[in-house]
Design a protein around this ligand. Structure first.
Ligand SMILES: [Zn+2]
Length: 70
């Protein structure tokens, strides 16, 4: 059975694990409600994108409640 010839040093081990780290996400402030949101996406707090309301959040919340009650 094949075995590793040398022990991997802690440094090499950590270097390999570095790619699986949690990456820092970039956030921007919504011009409408001034809350932190993801860039190039509709605001998750008010559904606003480029000065227009793209997602009607009140309606979607009601739909989710209706689906759960069924
Ligand atoms: Zn917003």
């Amino acid at each position: 059975m094949a075995l590793p010839t040398q022990k991997r040093s802690r440094s090499r081990q950590k270097r390999r694990e570095y790619q699986y780290r949690l990456k820092k996400i970039n956030l921007t402030t919504c011009p409408q409600c001034k809350k932190q949101t993801l860039p190039h996406k509709a605001c998750i707090h008010c559904g606003n994108y480029k000065g227009k309301i793209v997602v009607n959040l009140e309606k979607t919340k009601k739909d989710k409640k209706d689906k759960k009650s069924k």
